[in-house]
Ligand binder design. Structure first.
Ligand SMILES: [Fe+2]
Length: 120
């Protein structure tokens, strides 16, 4: 995470390589997950209905950002995407062994994703 005390901590003096970009996207995903954790902690810590609504909305936007970044990471590193798919399949198999139906996505399409940007 960037240090707010150092205004230059995020600056890079050159364009980064594809491998460095992949690492940067992984770091960005960590930042989004941390944001989800913090917003959710604050959501759980208050009974103020307006604060809860705003914090939940922001928290859920961060979840969408994770989805965008994961899609970008799969695009940039298809080999890593195969590992993600392998892990997803392993869990699906475990769920089947337990006679649990895997959860499905809501079907709601995010307003803007890497995929939708490529289609434009
Ligand atoms: Fe975000």
């Amino acid at each position: 995470m960037a240090s707010l005390a150092n205004p230059f901590s995020g600056n890079v003096p050159r364009k980064i390589s594809k491998e460095e970009l992949i690492q940067a996207i992984r770091l960005d995903i960590v930042g989004e997950l941390e944001a989800i954790f913090v917003y959710d902690a604050h959501y759980q810590a208050t009974d103020d209905p307006v604060a809860k609504k705003v914090l939940a909305d922001i928290r859920d936007e961060e979840k969408a950002h994770v989805g965008e970044l994961m899609t970008l990471l799969r695009h940039l590193d298809p080999e890593e995407a195969e590992h993600f798919a392998e892990g997803e399949e392993e869990v699906k198999e475990m769920l089947e062994e337990l006679n649990i139906t895997p959860p499905k996505a809501s079907g709601k399409k995010p307003e803007s994703t890497i995929g939708s940007l490529l289609e434009e």
